[in-house]
Write a protein that binds this ligand. Structure first.
Ligand code: NAD
Length: 474
């Protein structure tokens, strides 16, 4: 069953509004519900409420803050099947992937709940002249969190959990395309005992909301997950009053398969990782560089595996890939393929829309891609696996580093010398060797170059919501 859609402001649900939008099921384009949009008055109320919430939450004992977050984790554990269904309905991914994302979110809540009580004052200097310097962690205040639609719960929890652990209050605007999952999260926090003003939830026209909220002095930080162009816009806006920013933006991650790679294991790892969430994953590998000595074997191995991907309604058993989340992604896939074919690329498998109804795109394998083609320079964010041949390791590292993105990267080799070289020379937020990217809650993750600023995950995420005030006493 789908969620009743609303805004949560000042501890009250608002279900009716003059303006709003329909939320669609990407599987068949049917309307799941009507999402109300916040008015400027609602946004003002959200700021006032969040200020009140901040006052209360910052003065709440960290032990109690910890307990609330851990209780939310427990309640979420009891709701996995209900919320998985909501997520699959509005986002399209298969139920098992929705459940996996919820389990990941539970782990993030637990990590932040446990660490909330460890954020303590610290004496850093105790000098001979009697000077004592005490570092007092101070929560920043009201934080604006803006998230994308590809991971409707994990992205929300990756922001809310550390913000609450730090003692901040939050105004969150999740994606208007996947609001139901976020609403379920807010309900859980209320049941877990979070004071009603500490989280406010709003939806609307995205740029109108961010323009208004970033113009308010009460808002001290913005944390955004989404595309590079929108990240830059928000950073500019935040700069007007020097609000802090955490930006988790796009990527175009290289996967380098060396001649000595364990081919079968590599193919299994990469096929699963590439087509998870129909390729709509910021850290998904998207440029596959294969050594020429093993190229044909790798290409055939990918083809055999891709043929076994079953498309359909994510609610049904046996489905390994659902639809794309929205019609924009279908248009983008068509544009990438048309451009690549025009430039002489060879489609080995797929390459078209699947079914007229719903936002499906066939899992696609393509080769002979021209260096300057759109697929090579713009984030693919979809189920297209693009193969390139290489024969020189320095050259392939240069290619891997050639874009303005710097999020994830992947290397498959049994050579320790090559592992070390790649880990050192690839310019990215992370280098995964013979594996996919583990997104465990204790690992800080962040992009470099235009892929972002700051970290989510780990204790670093909590500190990104904290100012360290030093108190010097003699
Ligand atoms: P997008 O930037 O257009 O939208 C992302 C979210 O931001 C949506 O919820 C949208 O409503 C909101 N948004 C858009 N314009 C806004 C504005 N002016 N003010 C406030 N909010 C605004 O991106 P998209 O194409 O819909 O989403 C996919 C992008 O997100 C990809 O580039 C992907 O790599 C990125 N992403 C990054 C990470 C990461 O951790 N680095 C994780 C998930 C997605």
């Amino acid at each position: 069953m789908y969620t009743k859609l609303g805004l949560f402001i000042g501890g009250k649900w608002i279900y009716e509004a003059k303006k709003g939008e329909d939320v669609l099921n990407p599987f068949d384009e049917s309307v799941l519900g009507r999402l109300p949009h916040a008015t400027e008055g609602d946004l003002n109320d959200a700021v006032k409420s969040a200020e009140k919430g901040f006052d209360e939450w910052r003065n709440t004992d960290p032990e109690i803050r910890s307990r609330v977050i851990l209780r939310a984790a427990d309640i979420l554990s009891e709701r996995i099947s209900v919320i998985s269904e909501v997520m699959t309905l509005e986002q399209g991914k298969p139920l098992a992937e929705s459940a996996g994302e919820i389990n990941q979110s539970i782990a993030i809540l637990k990590f932040n709940g446990e660490n909330a009580k460890l954020i303590k004052d610290k004496v850093v200097a105790d000098r001979d002249n009697g000077l004592k310097t005490l570092i007092k962690p101070q929560p920043l205040g009201v934080c604006l969190c803006l998230t994308a639609w590809n991971f409707p719960i994990a992205l929300v929890i990756r922001k809310i959990a550390p913000a609450l652990a730090a003692g901040c209050s939050v105004i969150i605007k999740p994606s208007e395309e996947t609001p139901g999952t976020a609403i379920e999260v807010i309900k859980i926090f209320q049941e877990a005992g979070l004071p009603k003003d500490v989280i406010n939830l709003v939806f609307g026209v995205p740029h109108e909301i961010s323009d208004y909220l970033l113009s308010r002095d009460e808002v001290k930080k913005v944390s955004f997950t989404g595309s590079v162009p929108v990240g830059k816009l928000l950073a500019k806006k935040a700069a007007e009053s020097l609000k802090r920013c955490t930006l988790e933006l796009g990527g175009h991650s290289p996967a380098i398969i060396a001649e000595d790679a364990d081919i079968e294991t590599t193919l299994d790892t990469l096929t699963g990782f590439k087509f998870r969430n129909a390729g709509q994953v910021c850290i998904a590998p998207s440029r596959f560089y294969v050594h020429e000595k093993i190229y044909d074997k790798v290409r055939d191995g990918f083809l055999n595996r891709i043929k076994n991907i079953t498309l359909g309604n994510g609610l049904n058993d046996g489905i390994s890939m659902g639809p794309l989340s929205n019609s924009r992604r279908v248009d983008a896939m068509k544009d990438f393929i048309d451009d690549a074919v025009k430039n002489g690329s060879n489609i080995i498998y797929g390459g078209s829309r699947y079914q007229d109804k719903g936002y499906f795109w066939e899992p696609t394998l393509i080769e002979n891609i021209h260096e300057g083609s759109k697929m090579m320079t713009q984030e693919i964010f979809g189920p297209i696996l693009a193969l390139f041949k290489f024969n020189d390791y320095d050259d392939v590292i240069e290619k891997a580093n050639s874009l303005n993105y710097g999020l994830a990267s992947y290397v498959y080799t049994t050579s320790e010398v090559l592992q070390e070289k790649m880990a050192k020379e690839i310019v990215a937020g992370g280098v995964s060797i013979n594996t996919a990217s583990p997104m465990h809650p204790e690992i800080p993750y962040g992009g470099i170059k235009e892929s972002g600023i700051g970290y989510e995950g780990g204790i670093d995420a909590i500190y990104s919501y904290i100012h360290k005030k030093n108190i010097n006493i003699i």
